[in-house]
Design a protein around this ligand. Structure first.
Ligand code: PEP
Length: 255
């Protein structure tokens, strides 16, 4: 049985002071997460890098996980502006996003680079949340599934999975991110099933049945339960709606 995961991608939002308040209010509103016991829904927050020490401090002893929004494909060295997987791991991170469409688009990240980042994250004990998804013109041309599986295959170059718990896939149709448009629950399930089928063909049944596949793109309290009803959709990568404690808490409650 796969445990649902709701991961909040804060993107470039919140000061350290605001983050401290968010964590405190979240644990107050969701006391089941404060004591560290396993909850029915796993929650992770992916804030920008300067907020990670705050997450480490405020979430200590809780069952809320955290991690970065990106990671370098290099170990260490002269790579100004980059953040090493070992640095994220040393701060207690569990997850790191790789291949978010904003990074693919604005920083021209290729799927091969995304695969190298995912591999580096895994070498350091982090679980990559690997994002894939099509643009609107690709969906309108009827190529959404084919495109997304090609992108996934390229983003998994050289990645070996033994159990399926080492990596999470997030299907994020680019046209649904931050736009208020959401894929229909049927489209999200169709894609998640196709992704699981691809994982099965490449890594076998055990990996396919364990790996978690998230949907992302304008998820909010009113559509979470419907999207997650699909048997292959194991949770969500949530942008805007994770910035407020009440909307994110409502989403957790509705899972
Ligand atoms: C995201 O950026 O991963 C995302 C899903 O954003 P939003 O929920 O705001 O569409």
């Amino acid at each position: 049985m796969r445990r649902p995961l709701l991961a909040g991608n804060w993107k470039m939002n919140k000061t350290p002071t605001e983050a401290r308040v968010w964590f405190a209010e979240f644990l107050e509103a969701n006391p089941g997460y404060a004591g560290g016991a396993q909850t029915a829904v796993e929650v992770a927050i992916l804030p920008s890098f300067p907020l990670l020490p705050i997450a480490a401090e405020q979430l200590a002893g809780s069952s809320v996980r955290y991690g970065g929004q990106d990671v370098s494909a290099h170990d260490w060295g002269a790579y100004t502006g980059e953040v090493a997987a070992a640095q994220l791991a040393d701060l207690g991170s569990t997850y790191v996003i790789v291949g978010h469409s904003e990074r693919r688009e604005y920083w021209s990240e290729s799927s091969e680079l995304v695969a190298a980042k995912a591999a580096k994250a895994m070498e350091n004990g982090l679980v990559p949340i690997l994002c894939v998804g099509e643009k609107l013109e690709v969906r309108e041309a009827g190529r959404a599934v084919a495109f997304t599986l090609e992108q996934l295959e390229a983003s998994l170059t050289g990645i070996n999975l033994a159990t399926g718990e080492e990596l999470v896939v997030a299907y994020e149709p680019v046209w649904a991110i931050g736009t208020g448009k959401t894929a229909s629950a049927a489209d999200a399930e169709e894609m998640a099933a196709a992704i699981r089928g691809f994982i099965r063909s490449r890594y076998g049944e055990e990996v396919a049945s364990n790996i978690r596949i998230l949907y992302g793109g304008s998820m909010k309290p009113t559509n979470t339960a419907e999207i997650m009803a699909g048997e292959n959709v194991d949770g969500g990568l949530v942008g805007g709606a994770s910035l407020k404690v009440d909307s994110f808490s409502q989403m957790i409650a509705s899972v």
